[in-house]
Design a protein around this ligand. Structure first.
Ligand code: PHE
Length: 464
């Protein structure tokens, strides 16, 4: 391959280990930390659920993340091309096509929600929620719910904000790996981390702090049902952006000196800390005003504006909180969209600019048509699920675990042990060969088994 000047074309990489860390963490930290993790944890036995979650992060999350890093850095390729470079049978390219599909499906609904978040940053800045503090609690609650209804259900508003969200993603990805992904994540991730610490510290000084912390952390093993064990497993997938080639793609931008094992642990641990901080920033406030913790959109878009507005300087806190959520959503989205972009660039030889515009354009159009409640297909339901829920379900419960399973099997059974050791220890520079032996054992026997259990359960074949 050559560029215009006849020189061999060089694939971009991230510049430093810090850049690698922030980009990868940027992918992991997303909307999942803000509304999925804290609520699921609180409802499923707090500390008990956290333990189970960590168990899956260790035995499924980290092994798959490492497999993806391996495939990416080894081949310096997109998730479809990886298998050509390794001269594997065409069957394995399915991993790439599943990844392409998951990326699209997730983006359709994720960008919808990101649009709501962007609109809340704007509305909080404009002071829309200030009036809530002068109302009675019941009235304020109704007003907060009304505000969410218009944000998500209006005719043009949600569309315009979804466009803004997709547009921001496109603008970043047009800059490429170093000037786009690296520059943005290296600037915004430290800001996000600072903001979430500020929000958590503020919340922990409130009277409801004890109750909030207890809801999130107190281990109650009696609430830990079979269903919550499986939920923890699905969450680990979605949280760490696994099974769809995101980490293959980012791994293909790593440098030969980066410590893959170290990075995977740093990212998994930091991501979990962000999730916990999100819970600590929210639940103490909710309990201070004696409200019930809700899950999902209701928590983020109605309860939070309500309770934050009731605090002194609450509007400022609200702006900071939605800003950090917008950052989280954006850095996660760029990693999703980069997956199809590089497939188009390398497999179909489309220039980056065209690939980005084509894919984000498609995401916006299909996204609006399927997830906007008033659009042409907005009212369609399949098996009792709206398309919005169906995309979420198909990607998290079917495509990602299936992709994860195939990636695990490929690396476990088709990559020779010495080869795996060579790549994971950076040609013997790192003293981690023992860990790689352990990793290969887990990949061969533990991860696939656990995954098959989740998968059968998601399909309803196995009822645990
Ligand atoms: N990890 C992101 C979150 O928790 C979601 C995500 C999934 C990002 C898949 C990229 C790929 O919100």
């Amino acid at each position: 391959k050559t560029n215009k000047n006849g020189k061999p074309e060089k694939r971009e990489t991230f510049s430093t280990s810090l850049a690698v860390f922030f980009a990868t963490l940027g992918s992991a930290v997303g909307l999942g930390n803000i509304w999925k993790f804290p609520y699921m944890t609180g409802m499923n036995g707090g500390g008990a659920f956290i333990l189970v979650y960590l168990f899956f992060v260790l035995l499924i999350g980290i092994p798959i993340m490492l497999s993806e890093f391996y495939l990416g850095r080894k081949t310096r390729s997109n998730v479809v091309g990886v298998f050509d470079k390794l001269k594997a049978s065409r069957f394995w390219k399915l991993i790439g096509y599943f990844g392409l599909l998951s990326a699209m499906l997730i983006m359709f609904f994720y960008s919808t929600v990101a649009g709501w978040v962007y609109s809340y940053v704007f509305k909080a800045l404009r002071g829309d929620f200030r009036s809530l503090s002068s109302m009675g609690l019941a009235e304020a609650k109704a007003a907060a719910e009304k505000a969410f209804e218009t944000t998500a259900g209006g005719t043009y508003e949600p569309m315009v904000w979804q466009f803004v969200a997709v547009f921001v993603v496109a603008a970043i990805l047009l800059g490429g790996v170093k000037k786009g992904i690296e520059r943005v994540t290296k600037t915004l991730m430290p800001l996000l981390l600072t903001l979430i610490v500020i929000c958590a510290v503020r919340a922990l000084t409130l009277s409801g702090a004890g109750e909030g912390v207890a809801f999130l952390m107190k281990a109650d093993f009696s609430k830990l049902s079979a269903a919550s064990v499986l939920a923890a497993m699905g969450l680990a997938f979605f949280k760490l952006s696994l099974g769809m080639g995101t980490m293959v793609t980012y791994g293909s931008y790593f440098n030969k000196e980066n410590n893959l094992i170290g990075t995977s642990f740093q990212v998994a641990i930091s991501d979990t800390l962000v999730s916990l901080l999100a819970g600590l920033a929210v639940f103490p406030v909710v309990f201070t005003f004696n409200l019930a913790p809700e899950g999902g959109p209701g928590l983020l878009f109605a309860t939070i504006p309500l309770v934050f507005s009731l605090l002194p300087l609450g509007n400022l806190l609200l702006v900071l909180f939605f800003l950090l959520t917008a950052i989280a959503a954006t850095t996660a989205m760029i990693s999703m969209v980069e997956v199809p972009v590089v497939i188009f660039m390398e497999e179909l030889k489309v220039p980056r600019k065209k690939a980005v515009l084509l894919i984000t354009g498609l995401m916006f159009v299909i996204g609006v048509l399927t997830t906007h409640p008033q659009s042409l297909f907005g009212g369609v339901t399949i098996a009792g699920k709206s398309l919005f829920d169906l995309f979420d379900y198909l990607s998290s419960n079917i495509l990602m675990p299936l992709g994860g399973l195939l990636i695990t099997l490929f690396v476990a059974y088709f990559v020779k042990k010495n080869e795996l050791i060579r790549e994971m220890t950076n040609n013997g520079h790192l003293k981690t060969a023992g860990l790689v032996t352990l990793l290969q054992f887990v990949l061969k026997f533990v991860t696939p088994l656990l995954l098959i259990i989740v998968f059968l359960n998601a399909l309803g074949i196995l009822k645990l």
